[in-house]
Design a protein around this ligand. Structure first.
Ligand SMILES: [Ca+2]
Ligand SMILES: [Ca+2]
Length: 351
């Protein structure tokens, strides 16, 4: 399978890409629209205020998980009002539209301000981003830990460093986006980023109680999302067809019609990260206040990211579940992190 994928990936259309294209043909999606995988342009086909979005009816669900990792506890009942959410992760083509219209420069291109980051080493103040580089050396005790490297010059347009490019990747999710970059894009569209509760509710697709890997693998264990199959970080069988990001919409959507909520790239939410959830039921929760986080001196606060990525494997990460969560420093984008937007309004108009 690995050899077959290697060949197919070289021509830019993996096994799942073929499946996605076939599925799109079956579902009636036209060439160039979301759901056609490699044929998708990366841009929704209309210009309306809710272009590329799905309305999620409000409802009540059990948020979190008591079965997996401590930071997902406690399960608690949450009510969310209806909202619109992007059907897919924001693509390079969409982000390019934003930059062309506004001249916006991302944090990875600007670099951190030494005045506001006095403790930061000089190397990390140079504009750049964190890139996954498969390790070639095994460290002491057989441990392999160094697979992230800060690469000067890496940013959304040059995702693996100077001279790299996103040519031919208009329909891939944009990466190396710091939290403030994602917010700037959302505001430009007149939208917001999702709260963790909105994101998790949408990711469950109405399957309240889903607390397993069924959004990442089917009943036979075949991948149905872009994750990492094999042994992370040294051996990726590419059974799903993609070693890195995939074009959005190559995998079957969830029952709300949302693509890649699980896998492909992690996604920003607006909640500040604190391990664990309160036990109390909540209406439209938005996470803890910043002053309630237990930060040490010089530590950057983190927001919650959700869904896992193409780097999540069963031996590492494995957070390809709706309840799974991870902290991400707000001023650091990465090669496996993107976002999608929400519009907080009722189905028919403002509320
Ligand atoms: Ca993959
Ligand atoms: Ca995702």
């Amino acid at each position: 399978m690995a050899r077959r994928c290697l060949l197919m990936c070289c021509v830019g259309l993996g096994v799942t890409g073929l499946i996605g294209t076939f599925a799109a043909a079956q579902s009636g999606a036209r060439k160039g629209e979301i759901g056609t995988c490699a044929a998708y342009s990366g841009l929704p086909s209309d210009d309306s205020e809710t272009a590329g979005m799905v309305f999620i009816r409000g409802g009540t669900f059990v948020m979190g998980s008591d079965r997996h990792r401590p930071e997902e506890r406690f399960t608690h009942t949450v009510r969310v009002d209806g909202f619109w959410i992007d059907r897919h992760e924001v693509t390079n083509a969409q982000f390019r539209e934003f930059v062309a219209a506004t001249g916006y420069v991302t944090l990875a291109e600007r670099g951190l301000d030494p005045a506001t980051h006095p403790g930061m080493s000089k190397e990390l103040l140079v504009p750049g981003a964190v890139v996954f580089i498969p390790p070639t050396n095994v460290g002491s005790g057989g441990r392999i830990t160094q697979w992230w490297q800060y690469v000067p010059g890496a940013n959304w347009r040059e995702p693996t460093g100077r001279g790299s490019s996103i040519a031919g990747k208009d329909n891939h999710p944009v990466v190396h986006i710091a939290y403030e970059d994602a917010v700037a894009y959302a505001r430009w569209r007149g939208r917001d980023l999702p709260t963790e509760a909105q994101w998790e509710f949408a990711a469950r697709g109405g399957r309240d109680g889903e607390d397993d890997w069924s959004s990442a693998f089917d009943a036979e264990g075949k991948p149905i999302a872009n994750t990492w199959q094999g042994i992370f970080p040294v051996y990726n069988t590419n059974e799903d067809g993609y070693a890195g990001t995939a074009p959005v919409g190559c995998f079957k959507p969830n029952s709300y019609g949302l693509y890649d909520m699980i896998g492909n790239v992690w996604e920003w939410t607006t909640d500040w990260y604190r391990a664990g959830h309160p036990r109390e039921q909540a209406n439209n929760p938005s996470g803890p206040e910043l002053q309630d986080l237990a930060l040490t001196a010089g530590q950057s606060p983190s927001r919650v990211i959700k869904g896992g990525s193409f780097l999540c494997a069963s031996n590492y990460c494995a957070r390809y579940r709706p309840a799974a969560r991870q902290p991400q420093e707000v001023n650091l984008g990465a090669a496996h992190l993107g976002f999608r937007t929400v519009l907080n309004r009722s189905e028919g108009g403002p509320r």
